[in-house]
Design a protein around this ligand. Sequence first.
Ligand code: GLC
Length: 551
Amino acid sequence: MTIAQGPSERTISTDPDWWRQAAVYQIYPRSFTDANGDGLGDIAGITSRVPYLASLHIDAVWLGPFYPSPLADGGYDVADYRNVDDRLGTLADFDALVDALHASGIRVITDIVPNHSSHLHPWFQEALASAPGSAARERYIFRDGAGPDGALPPSGWGSNFGGPAWTRVPDGQWYLHLFAKEQPDFNWDNPEIQEDFLTTLRFWSDRGVDGFRVDVANSLIKDLSEPFRPSIDKVLGGDLPIDGSDPLYDRDDVHAVFERWREVLNEYDPPRSAVAEAWVPRERRLLYARPTELGQAFNFDLLLAGWNPHEFHDVITSNLNDAAATGASSTWVLSNHDVVRHATRYGLPSGADHNAWLLGADAAILEDREVGLRRARAATLLMLALPGSAYLYQGEELGLPEVSELDDHVLQDPTWERTGHQEKGRDGCRVPLPWARGGESFGFGPGGSHLPQPDWFGELSVEAQDGAYGSTLELYRSALRARAQLQGNEELDWQVRETEGVLHFIRSSGWHCVTNFSQEPVDLPAGVVVLCSGPLQKGLLPTDTTAWMLQ
Ligand code: GLC
């Protein structure tokens, strides 16, 4: 087998299972490209980059929220589920983007945020203007307070972004918000909410959207019986019980919601795909990914694993077994808009507290950019060789590290204020992309950038890496192109070289992936090296390097 080189024409396949082994590129729209010069990325900006996206050989893009939003949480506070934010464009712009992507063989996945709306959503405004006990309040979760005059929150539940999960309104009632106070939680026991989200799924599916990424899928159904029981404090990375007994997260009844969603998604040809964001224990994750529900659930285990072959091996084996047992396909993620970029994570001391590093609170935590990038490139090649779907985050193809030097006053993540400045938050991975070596906002747009870009962005820009031998951008392009040709079935065979610290697996197509986690260069198996995350040393695979081979 040989790998074709040069430009390739891609068209949308008719395969209804296209999502099972897709390479999906996540776009955080407000930080991708700004066409209208207001400092915020927009839809027209994304459309202008379709040739770039096509050059990456991805199968789909996942568009983060582009809906009208006051941006209390980067757009995950939606004021209108079936529209485009004025600052980002119009529905016609959206349609043009979908057409342009489809014409380049790229499918479109959009975010859907069902747990909570923005406080500016008309329904929440109506609820505020209505009396306690009214139908308008029943769309959200309003309760009387505790204590003699109801001045205490109804329960001790905490918000994922710090502080209490309840906020009081002027008439004395409290409403629940598992995230910022500008993100009131919907009442999913209310049939009107259930129906409205089916309408939203149809609205975007009718416009040609191919799939959905379901935000905080695990928290829609809550046990609100009183007295309220304690819940874990933070679901992102927290330890949930594996029996569905937490009152707020991962309750068994949530699956009925997604069974209904699947019926709607299956009304389309091909059926619309879906992937759950569910920070739940591994054993529970696969429930969301059942074919009768969403089909896939994000697996964050690789993202959470340290740079060591045992952890990688365990994570890969267990997740592939889970997928095989349920008929789902596995997913892999190393970076997204919620975590420190992997080129930085791998360059921090193992087990380092990322928040302490961002705050500059621990002088002993130093970032080694060279090691970080070398490992990130090796980890990416390993991930891209795995069966299942790989979700990539904008900028990782440039090897971007986290921007840790954001001044406090520019921070946008609600976490910063809600934790009383104890957690710096996620802005460091959301800084607008550098497209050009220099100039206004490094080519992001003519009107500056809503988060400041560091000086060192220029040398990592698309312009600096485009066509440059050995650049991370060219590595991603070659890898994604080869991956599309090398995919086999969804199984792999291990050839672990335990004592050497080497992970080696083989796909059904005869595609070998070998990663050296050890400190010493190691031998490669016989065969032809197709791609390597770094140069070989006298024919040996150096430390922190992955090679793809054919025999
Ligand atoms: C998800 C999103 C995150 C957002 C949160 C609340 O975890 O990925 O960015 O802040 O949901 O919507």
